[in-house]
Design a protein around this ligand. Structure first.
Ligand code: SAH
Length: 515
């Protein structure tokens, strides 16, 4: 192979990072792995390495899928190795993203050997292996004081497809670790669960020996089936579980050390749309309430040009009003670009729509002078109006172009000297996946522009899908109106325009629906 960079005509070798993605949930990658993923030029990924993680890559990143499609490997190991070599040889920073840990049955070792042979520098970045974390998240610890002093991770996969050969292999594995009496963890064993249970019985384990299967661990459709080595195979067959799955045999397999199922939103799957900053906060709050969250569509905030008129003479205003954290951030970007000192705002009062905006403002060292009790644009307009003086005050509304006009309308109606700055616009990115929508109970919207961006993707499809099962959650009235205008039937509206308000609205809706 030729390692010369065609453009520069000089040797320019890249670097390959063999990164463990963790067991599925996008937030179970390591910080080191995530940072590399965010910077890389090429990512080569598997089916097990959660697709959601891919949204972390930069827009110019080349994404290459190397996993199976419909059960068939779409690329041989040789082809994958070839791609890694080829991309690195072009001087690219390559992340080879693999499910769990790259060196646990992931053929990461082979890729490492191949890179070494070709003298391509590479770095191993460990991942959270499913062998330990999937049982653990299902409440099954792999060791436990005095009960299980070791654990043994065994692959049930053999290159030999012959059943008899597989039985010989599995029997030797089970016999090999028998004396240790540790927890046995089988990976890639779904198709031979019955054989594994029988071999355990034959090796002398009692029929009541605990065993469990955890399928699709960390995902919304995770299934945990516990039993004994006598009845587990039957139960799993009945439940018709989907791969990937892990088999655990040992005393701790009967444990259920978890309490999340008592959380108000446990088992509820919620799709999110909105800006990254908001979605991250919302996702965290919803997850704390037990929900599973899926990123459906990202909104991008673009600042608008032509704001000189406001920033040239900021001190003429007596009030500046922010209706979103985005507005606050853009405002400070503008201040910085113009080398404006914060003391220019010394005589200016600041109003915010709600606590999220107030928190954001505080990060810049400013405490809001006014915030309504109810976090809506209407309440802000009504409350602030009481503090304003027609003679003295001059108000700057720093909003999105798509923002709620109620403030401007109200203040003008009462003769308040008001200017509205169209500070930024919001633009919807691509939809991550239509297929994911089928699995959701709720879909959240944090602005009416978010609703428009979503519908624009495919209006008819939106109506069809959405009307049938999805419940749309609106952060406020204006967002709810946009949803209703789009023909949406089930709308849940937050009482206050915050991440907490959205979460609370879903919890209450679940209770209303009998949960
Ligand atoms: N390198 C990976 C394992 C790759 S082998 C790791 O360290 O986790 C693939 C096997 O891992 C699957 O057949 C299944 O047994 C197990 N597995 C991976 N992710 C899983 C998940 N989310 N739930 C259940 N089993 C999983």
């Amino acid at each position: 192979m030729d390692y010369h960079d065609g453009n520069q005509g000089k040797i320019n070798r890249g670097h390959v990072y063999l990164v463990g993605a963790g067991p599925g949930s996008a937030d179970l990658i390591t910080v080191r792995g995530l940072r590399l993923l965010q910077r890389c030029d090429t990512v080569v990924y598997d089916r097990l390495a959660g697709e959601e993680l891919l949204s972390e890559t930069k827009p110019s990143c080349e994404r290459i899928y190397a996993g199976k499609r419909g059960g068939h490997p779409s690329m041989t190991q040789e082809e994958i190795n070839h791609i890694l070599l080829e991309k690195a040889a072009k001087g690219r920073m390559v992340v080879r993203l693999k499910g769990g840990d790259p060196f646990v049955f992931g053929r990461g070792g082979e890729e490492a050997e191949c890179l070494m042979q070709a003298q391509i520098p590479f770095t191993y970045v460990p991942g959270v292996t499913s062998a330990v974390s999937v049982p653990g998240l299902a409440g099954i610890p792999v060791t436990h004081r005095e009960l299980s002093r070791s654990f043994h991770v065994i692959t049930a996969h053999t290159t030999d497809r012959d059943e008899a050969a597989r039985e010989v292999y599995l029997r030797s594995q089970i016999e090999g670790v028998k004396a240790a009496e540790g927890t046995l963890i089988f990976l890639m064993g779904c198709s031979c669960l019955e054989m594994i249970c029988r071999l355990l019985l034959e090796s002398g384990k009692p029929p009541q020996f605990p065993a469990a299967v955890v399928a699709r661990g960390t995902r919304y459709d995770e299934t945990v089936i516990s039993g004994t080595i006598s009845d587990l195979a039957g139960r799993v067959r009945e439940a018709n579980v989907k791969s990937p799955a892990i088999i655990i045999a040992g005393d701790t397999a009967s444990f259920c050390l978890r309490t999340e199922s008592s959380l108000p939103l446990s088992g509820v799957r919620i799709g999110l749309t909105g800006t990254r900053a908001l979605t991250e906060r919302l996702s965290q709050t919803l997850r704390e309430a037990g929900a599973e969250t899926v990123w459906v569509q990202e909104l991008f905030v673009h600042k608008r040009d032509g704001q000189e008129q406001y920033f040239e003479n900021l001190s003429v205003y007596t009030w500046i009003v922010f209706t979103s954290a985005n507005g606050v951030r853009i405002f400070w970007e503008q201040m910085r670009e113009r080398n404006l000192d914060v003391r220019i705002l010394g005589g200016v009062k600041v109003a915010v729509i709600g606590s999220g905006t107030a928190d954001c403002l505080r990060e810049y060292g400013l405490w809001a002078d006014y915030m309504p009790d109810t976090y809506t644009a209407g309440a802000l307009a009504a409350g602030l109006l009481k503090l304003l003086d027609r003679e003295r005050d001059r108000v700057l509304l720093y909003q999105a172009r798509e923002g709620n006009p109620v403030l401007e309308e109200t203040f003008r109606r009462y003769g308040i000297n008001t200017e509205r700055a169209f500070a930024y616009t919001v633009e919807a990115g691509e939809l991550h996946s239509w297929a994911a929508l089928d699995t959701l109970t709720y879909l959240t919207f944090a602005s009416s522009s978010g609703v428009r961006g979503f519908i624009r993707e495919d209006p008819e499809r939106f109506a069809r899908k959405e009307l049938r099962h999805l419940r749309a959650v609106a952060i406020g009235e204006k967002t709810a109106q946009a949803l209703a205008g789009a023909g949406c039937k089930h709308i849940v509206t937050a009482a206050s325009c915050t991440v907490r308000g959205l979460t609370q609205a879903i919890v209450e809706d679940m209770q209303l629906r009998g949960r």
